[in-house]
Design a protein around this ligand. Structure first.
Ligand code: SAM
Length: 200
């Protein structure tokens, strides 16, 4: 761009007459158009990746983890809590297996969707969704605690789990493990790994 501008100025003998100004304006506008097209292309690529992920990869991935959690709850008793319950699919799946299940979630849209899902599946009396910070949940009342949270959340949560999880309870962490606890067992591998911690 700089070279082109200099060429125009040089060939016209340094005079910034109207035609040079017009050429400069058209060059600047072409540059703007190129940048706009680039941003538009990038935006489309990001949207497409997000849509494919949401429509194909994430549901498949979550289905597989939900099945894993249900396997790990087989034969267990007591209430289940999902800390950060997202779209409510895990809470509903667990409730459909006869458990009483609670979800804690801050996102109001996901909460609305979760309640609708529970209602449509006829699970409204077994599945309850709280619009509250997961750190405010009283974990003493739950025998089964499920979390699919980022490591930064798990670092904070570990201390709360140590104080509140009662003997005989099971903590199930999807994808990310607790930073210092040693899992009793694991299920799956890679990003599908589920870590299980049984409190003795
Ligand atoms: C990875 S999603 C897991 C969704 C669901 N548990 C599942 O397994 O499908 C994590 C969810 O935790 C929620 N979340 C993050 N921090 C939270 C907090 N402090 N309190 C409540 N929910 C939180 C997010 O809004 C998000 O929906």
């Amino acid at each position: 761009m700089k070279v082109k501008l200099w060429t125009i100025v040089y060939t016209k003998g340094g005079e910034m007459d109207d035609s040079i100004e017009m050429e400069l304006a058209s060059l600047a506008s072409a540059e703007r158009d190129r940048s706009f097209l680039l941003v538009k292309g990038l935006g489309r690529a990001v949207c497409l990746t997000y849509m494919v992920n949401t429509a194909l990869v994430f549901p498949w991935y979550r289905r597989s983890q939900v099945c894993g959690v249900l396997r790990l709850l087989r034969g267990r008793k007591g209430t289940v809590v999902d800390l950060g319950s997202g779209d409510g699919r895990l809470v509903c799946a667990v409730a459909s297996q006869g458990f009483r299940a609670d979800g804690y979630e801050l996102n109001p849209f996901l909460l609305g969707y979760s309640r609708l899902l529970a209602h449509r599946k006829g699970l409204a009396s077994q599945a309850t969704f709280h619009r509250r910070d997961l750190f405010e949940a009283d974990l003493r009342q739950y025998r089964n605690i499920v979390i699919y949270g980022e490591p930064v959340i798990l670092r904070r949560l570990e201390q709360k789990l140590a104080e509140e999880v009662t003997s005989g309870s099971r903590v199930i962490c999807c994808r990310y493990k607790l930073p210092t606890w040693a899992p009793t067992t694991t299920l799956g591998e890679g990003i599908e790994t589920i870590y299980v911690y049984d409190k003795v």
